[in-house]
Design a protein around this ligand. Structure first.
Ligand SMILES: *[C@@H]1O[C@H](CO)[C@@H](O)[C@H](O)[C@H]1NC(C)=O
Length: 202
């Protein structure tokens, strides 16, 4: 049950080309506490009219619902929803870091040192993003909306900086695209959802 849940979280993280790589790797060990089963919590989150209407105000309503789902605690005030989203973003950032770690050790990149160093270079970007997410989280109770926005924006920049750094190298991978690009785009989209909902705190 627990394992199935972790796999589901992992699959949600991985889209298109990265999917094959991620599914091929062993499931990532999620940090505790383990969120409730996604199918159940997704229903709870997406059948809640307030959550639905908040998510509808973002650029990615479906991603908003699936992101909140594992962290949905029944609260629907805007600050609580921002908190759930930041928790989700934090968890997904940790999983992205773990995915990058696994990819860096993947034999398919064994004779591709630039890709490996590119992947390793992202650890500190994710660490920085996690610091920024934590700072945003710490600021929710005092409703310092400007700081939340600054911190989440900084995390969004972190996710993009890594991919830029990757593509700046001369042909690090054949098509010049980071193998983490879809995961990082998803993290950036989650960041944009957080900003959109934080804006509603005004
Ligand atoms: C990211 O992965 C690296 C390499 O596995 C690890 O040393 C680092 O602690 C990880 N960072 C986080 C925040 O999990």
């Amino acid at each position: 049950m627990e394992l199935t849940n972790k796999k589901t979280v992992l699959v949600l993280l991985c889209f298109r080309p990265v999917l094959a790589i991620c599914v091929a790797s062993a499931p990532i060990t999620a940090s505790s506490p383990v969120p409730p089963p996604i199918s159940q919590s997704l229903t709870a989150a997406s059948s809640d009219p307030q959550i639905k209407s908040l998510c509808a105000k973002t650029e990615y309503p479906d991603l908003c619902l699936t992101t909140i789902a594992p962290f949905f605690n029944g609260k629907t005030d805007i600050a609580s929803v921002v908190e759930m989203l930041i928790k989700a973003g934090t968890e997904q950032t940790k999983q992205a870091n773990a995915t990058a770690t696994k990819m860096a050790a993947d034999p398919k990149y064994a004779d591709d040192p630039k890709t490996i160093s590119g992947l390793k270079g992202c650890y500190e970007m994710y660490d920085d993003a996690l610091d920024n997410m934590q700072n945003a989280m710490d600021t929710i109770p005092v409703y310092d909306i400007g700081t939340i926005e600054t911190m989440v924006s900084a995390a969004i920049t972190d996710y993009g900086t890594y991919d830029d750094g990757f593509t700046q190298q001369p042909n690090p991978v054949p098509d010049g695209v980071s193998p983490m690009v879809d995961i990082d785009e998803n993290l950036q989209n989650i960041g944009s959802i957080i900003l959109a909902i934080t804006d509603l705190m005004h």
